[in-house]
Design a protein around this ligand. Structure first.
Ligand code: PMP
Length: 354
């Protein structure tokens, strides 16, 4: 605390990111990275960029990436905004689109960055409780003219909301901006991007950190009506235009274009998730249905904090949330390779036996 801090800094509870350990002999199942590397075409594109172009400034508008995203989803580049990962995009979204007279609505169990952005940008918000089965009930999101945001699949629960339910929410909230954070949608969900033309109040954000395995590169995008996209550009340009760097643009374009690799790795992760769920069920874990590259699991008798600590002693890191109390029995486990999942299961068998 310092007397030089402004009121906002005093009142802010900063986001606590998942641990990025310095040791490299750990089995890292705590921050939902992809266990497979990015497409080999990404590596080729980065090498070509390094050899040819680093002395030149990047394109401030990331046009090639917007085109690649537009091409992937069959939409227009004017419906796409590109940024340095979806966290940066979300920061622009909160500033540009989510500050209204009505409080912003989001689930009480959700991405823990949302309240931090609200603190930073002085946005009033109201959290809406998930149901007993950790689902979003669309009937609880009626907002006459304000904003609504939630991840789909939700984080850290992994639970999916169907496209029909999303459409019901959009029909009921024609005058509110509805932001769907689809960081994990490629592992079992269906993107709401297809609804965009009918609902001009819908904005979808996505990242290349998960299904395209580029967490270290920092690239993401938002898709919506050009009016919403223009608002994001106005905010970005006010920061004197932080563009994606040349590597991020080249790597992200190559990743978007390599559909075959994307399809193969995401199917591998989904198959490993289903195998892991079966094994955990057999060990008396209750696992919430997941549409993500992680699962949220609770043991019948052992506490989440205790299991997390004991796994850590065995060099396996998973994520545990102390708060809210309702989720503290759970472990959030990123889907690793099958071998990593096997090691996790063996460690849990040992811990539960002791
Ligand atoms: N949204 C959700 C729900 C997330 O879990 C994450 C990753 N922590 C992000 C957005 C941000 O991802 P990135 O900044 O790597 O694109």
């Amino acid at each position: 605390m310092s007397k030089f801090w402004s009121k906002i800094v005093h009142e802010l509870t900063p986001y606590t990111p998942g641990e990025q350990p310095k040791l490299n002999n750990l089995i890292k199942l705590n921050t939902n990275e992809n266990p497979y590397g990015p497409s080999p075409k990404v590596i080729e594109a980065l090498q070509a960029e390094a050899a040819d172009s680093l002395r030149l400034y990047p394109d401030p508008n990331s046009d090639r990436l917007k085109e690649a995203v537009a091409n992937f989803y069959g939409i227009k580049p004017t419906q796409v905004f590109a940024g340095n990962g979806s966290d940066e995009i979300l920061a622009h979204v909160f500033q540009a689109l989510l500050k209204h007279d009505q409080p912003l609505l989001f689930p009480d169990i959700s991405y823990s960055f949302y309240p931090v952005y609200c603190g930073l940008y002085q946005i009033q918000y109201k959290t809406v409780a998930l149901t007993d089965t950790f689902e979003i009930d669309v009937n609880d999101y009626m907002q006459p003219n304000g904003g609504i945001i939630f991840p789909n699949p939700n984080a850290p629960t992994g639970r999916l909301l169907s496209l029909q339910e999303i459409e019901r929410l959009l029909i009921a909230n024609k005058e509110s901006v509805v932001v769907i954070d689809e960081a994990y949608v490629d592992f079992g969900g269906q993107s709401a991007i297809g609804l965009m033309d009918r609902y001009p109040q819908l904005l979808v954000t996505q990242t290349l950190s998960k299904a395209r395995s580029l967490a270290g590169l920092r690239a993401g995008f938002a898709v919506g009506h050009p009016d919403l996209i223009d608002a994001l550009h106005r905010i970005k340009d006010s920061f004197n235009s932080y563009p994606l760097d040349r590597f991020a643009i080249a790597g992200a374009v190559a990743a978007m274009n390599d559909r075959e690799y994307f399809e193969m790795t995401r199917q591998k992760v989904i198959a490993s998730r289903e195998r892991l769920v079966e094994k955990l069920n057999a060990l008396d874990f209750e696992v919430l249905p997941s549409g993500a590259n992680f699962i949220f699991a609770k043991h019948a008798t052992h506490d989440g904090a205790e299991l997390t600590a004991k796994l850590r002693e065995r060099s396996i890191i998973v994520r545990h949330f102390k708060n809210p109390a309702r989720i503290s029995p759970f472990l959030r486990i990123t889907i690793g390779t099958d071998q990593e999942c096997e090691l996790l299961v063996s460690a849990l068998i040992e811990i539960l036996k002791a």
